[in-house]
Design a protein around this ligand. Structure first.
Ligand code: SAH
Length: 388
């Protein structure tokens, strides 16, 4: 069966040569017979072959490179890629039953996310091409892992850019929503159907463990979600306060606290910006503070507002941090680089009249691989700072 051919410009070829996996619509000269979500052959004007890609008829990211090889990207090839991703995980996932099995571009499976929560798998197919492969992916996962359940959490706004509707539900096996799994020696409930993302923020797993190493005294976990950081801190601190705007998240956080028999944690439903301001005014002080806000800059156009948001949060946190205390501060906006975040915090520290040292510069957990030539795959920054 011959594949549709898409002709790309020299700039498109340069993208491939630069090691990136995305080719923008502006660099497509002729989409030929390619229909929405097709696997296509890439060629340049001189008909030189450049690889095979997923074609999108709608997104600005018109092509997502699957391989530079001529070998057909069939079910066996797809299964091989998923297998390769899975076989790397035991090397980087320690003490956790929930982790990212396939991390999209980072595993050369662009726009495909597969998260494992114990015996359940949760998938996201975020492009027309992956959506078309979904049934095959489910079959491959059943054969390779025999999961109790496979769910889809395709209720994400980015699908709109692909002209895909939002969907969630069980794709195979039992209808399960809640699972209980272990992470870093703690037990957590995850709400796979109702929770944020695929249920949990697996990219912060290693940072939650790292934070525990420094945590002490009175601790504050801002943007606590279901208590991922807070419960780790609780193991090392006298007391912990977790703050989040989501009542559903806090309900699960309370249940997670009980599940682990921890009695030194409290929760508050509040906006963290307001909370931090009030805490400063009330002269409350903490020895350990975690800031893990949602992405403030999903697009480049939001960059300025994001910069202000990060500055304000970090400024307020530094004001209420005791001398010798630790600030664990994160950004999951790809558009805010580590250098940017360091600059923002330096600025905040000057305003707060605090001297701050960098104890660790961290990133997303290693089951979310960063491709050297695809900068978008490096999105999470986590700095562990000590205020003098
Ligand atoms: N630290 C968590 C993940 C945090 S995700 C973990 O390790 O699991 C970001 C959280 O911020 C979400 O739970 C969301 O409900 C919450 N949130 C978003 N805006 C907020 C705000 N202004 N104030 C408080 N919480 C907020």
């Amino acid at each position: 069966m011959s594949l549709p051919t898409v002709t790309i410009s020299q700039r498109g070829v340069d993208r491939v040569l630069s090691g990136h996996l995305w080719i923008y619509r502006a660099d497509v000269l002729d989409a030929g017979e390619a229909d929405a979500g097709a696997i296509v052959r890439l060629q340049d004007r001189r008909r030189h072959f450049w690889g095979q890609a997923l074609y999108s008829s709608k997104s600005q990211i018109a092509l997502r490179l699957l391989t530079r090889e001529e070998r057909p990207f069939d079910r066996a090839f797809l299964a091989e890629r998923i297998g390769a991703a899975a076989s790397f995980r035991p090397q980087v996932v320690e003490c956790a039953q929930a982790y990212r099995l396939v991390s999209g571009e980072g595993d050369l499976l662009p726009s495909l996310i597969i998260d494992r929560y114990g015996s359940c798998l949760v998938i996201q197919t975020l492009s027309q091409g992956m959506e078309r492969l979904k049934a095959q992916i489910v079959q491959i996962l059943q054969e390779a892992f025999a999961p109790r359940s496979i769910l889809e959490r395709n209720d994400v706004a980015v699908r709109e850019l692909e002209g895909l509707s939002e969907q969630k539900g069980t794709l195979a096996g039992e209808s399960i929503s809640e699972v209980e799994v272990e992470e870093n020696g703690l037990r957590f409930f995850f709400d796979l159907m109702g929770g944020q993302k695929t249920g949990g923020f697996l990219d912060q797993r290693e940072n939650r463990r790292a934070a525990r190493l420094y945590a002490r005294g009175r601790a504050l976990d801002c943007f606590s979600y279901t208590g991922g950081f807070a419960l780790n801190l609780a193991r090392a601190c006298e007391s912990v306060l977790g703050v989040d705007t989501s009542p559903e998240a806090l309900n699960l956080a309370r249940r997670n606290q009980q599940l682990n028999g921890l009695n030194n944690v409290e929760w508050m439903e509040a906006n963290c910006f307001d909370f931090l301001k009030a805490a400063d005014q009330a002269k409350h002080r903490y020895d350990t503070i975690v800031l893990d806000p949602p992405a403030f800059a999903r697009q480049k156009s939001n960059l300025e507002a994001a910069w202000r948001g990060y500055k304000e949060l970090n400024l307020r946190a530094l004001k209420i941090l005791n001398p010798g205390g630790f600030l664990v501060t994160c950004s999951c906006s790809h558009h805010v680089s580590e250098a940017d975040l360091l600059e923002i915090i330096a600025d905040a520290a000057l305003d707060a009249r605090r001297t701050v040292s960098v104890v660790e510069r961290r990133t997303q957990s290693r089951d979310h691989p960063i491709l050297l030539t695809v900068p978008e795959t490096h999105y999470l920054k986590c700095l562990i700072l000590r205020a003098l």
